[in-house]
Write a protein that binds this ligand. Structure first.
Ligand SMILES: C[S@@+](CC[C@H](N)C(=O)[O-])C[C@H]1O[C@@H](n2cnc3c(N)ncnc32)[C@H](O)[C@@H]1O
Length: 409
């Protein structure tokens, strides 16, 4: 068991909560159950004690801690209310503190450790799920859409869900399994949706009735400084959806030249100052490797000093988006996904895809149009569907969302 900490205890429970507790180095074990997980305990302990929690499989966690036997205590924060992501312990335990969560949402914010699903009713209208359907969510995330899809196909339906992120998928699986009595109606897999064919050959060889892809990253990923996507709080410059694969952004920057970086900034986020920023980032990185998110923010801001503060922030936002897309090779995965998509669907099968920037939407629009011309789809959206004004007001992240729908012929 490799761990950066001195390991004294390992605790394992399966998804039914059965004890598979182990003693290591003769110390007493305490059971870590899916209920702990559902209450956000993984994050709590990670944050307060610096524990290292490593999901091994979707239904198992190994929890390792260093040698203190004292019970975990919440970290102290200054002031009356927690400011840091990891200190917002109530938000991380939505099941225990529902009224606090409601207040955060009322303020138009997303509680820490949660993701608010976007355009749920529009997506359910588009997918027209009925009991007995086979439905796939290719981007399960927090499970907001997945939970609605899962309930709509009961009884008798089968829900298949995938996500590239092993850390969040393990927690989401607990939430989704708690929604239905029949464990066999859910199958989740950590994988890139570009490789869905193998999963569907195994789970739905006859094809699927409905499929959703809600592209990009979740609020849990974006807001958690430890994941390295946040430009507001400092963290390691990582940005990987799956931290066990590929290179963190800090290393990826060593592999890229100025012209390519400039092109990435332009293509992935329409950045007007792409050349200047690419030059500044690579010069700074060569001088002193950029290891943290705020170090990168500093370089981006200083490269566009003539802009207003608000425009500098928009620039930082765009550059982070462009780098995240590149580090995770998101557009190549999307192209591979769109090529295979029609062949996964049953006749009449319905597809909904939510995109968040023009590079994604262009691809979806053109793949749907081509599929229509080739007779693979009987109908595709002529116009994008947008979130209602009320949703855009209550959840700013919905304002850039574009929904497109297609029906398999
Ligand atoms: C916007 S979130 C989905 C939120 C989800 N619909 C919900 O209601 O909670 C996007 C999710 O897609 C995942 N993702 C992005 N690209 C992926 C890919 N190529 N393969 C699998 N998962 C991917 C991310 O890890 C993230 O969890």
């Amino acid at each position: 068991m490799g761990s950066p900490l001195s390991v004294s205890i390992a605790l394992v429970a399966n998804s039914q909560g059965n004890k598979i507790a182990q003693r290591i180095k003769g110390r007493k074990s305490k059971l870590f159950t899916p209920q702990h997980q559902a209450q956000g305990e993984t994050h709590f302990h990670q944050a307060t004690l610096g524990l290292y929690v490593r999901p091994v499989e979707c239904d198992k966690l190994i929890w390792m801690e260093n040698s203190s036997d004292r019970p975990a205590r919440r970290r102290r924060y200054s002031g009356r209310n927690p400011q840091n992501f990891e200190d917002k312990y109530k938000e991380h335990r939505s099941e225990v503190y529902p009224s606090d969560i409601a207040k955060v949402i009322e303020r138009g914010q997303t509680p820490a450790g949660m993701h608010r699903p976007i355009m749920v009713s529009e997506i359910l209208d588009a997918l027209q799920l009925v009991p007995g359907n086979i439905a796939v969510d290719c981007t399960v995330g927090y499970g907001g859409h997945a939970g609605e899809m899962l309930l709509a196909i009961q009884p008798g339906g089968k829900f298949l869900g995938v996500d590239a992120d092993p850390l969040e998928l393990a927690k989401t699986e607990v939430r989704l399994r708690a929604l239905v009595p029949d464990d066999a109606s859910i199958e989740l897999r950590r994988m890139n949706f570009a490789g869905l064919t193998a999963f569907l050959i195994e789970q739905a060889p006859e094809g699927v009735d409905a499929l959703l892809a809600d592209l990009g990253v979740s609020s849990m990923q974006l807001d958690d400084p430890a994941r390295g996507f946040s430009f507001k709080f400092d963290g390691p410059l990582d940005m990987r959806m799956n931290p066990q694969r590929g290179l963190p952004a800090s290393d990826w920057l060593f592999t890229i030249d100025q012209a390519t970086l400039s092109q990435i900034l332009f293509e992935n986020s329409d950045e007007a100052n792409a050349e200047t920023i690419a030059k500044a980032i690579l010069l700074a990185h060569a001088k002193q490797p950029l290891q943290t998110t705020l170090a990168l923010v500093q370089v981006i801001r200083s490269s566009v000093l003539r802009l207003s503060d608000a425009d500098q922030e928009m620039t930082v936002r765009r550059v982070f988006q462009a780098l995240r897309i590149a580090v995770n090779d998101e557009l190549r995965s999307l192209d591979a996904f769109l090529r295979q998509l029609p062949y996964w669907m049953r006749k009449g099968g319905r597809i909904a895809i939510l995109t968040f920037h023009s590079g994604e939407d262009r691809r979806v629009k053109s793949a749907f149009k081509q599929g229509l011309q080739e007779g693979l789809y009987s109908q595709v959206s002529r116009e994008v569907i947008r979130a209602s004004a009320a949703e855009q007001r209550s959840n700013g992240r919905s304002s850039s969302a574009k929904l497109r729908v297609a029906i398999r012929s």
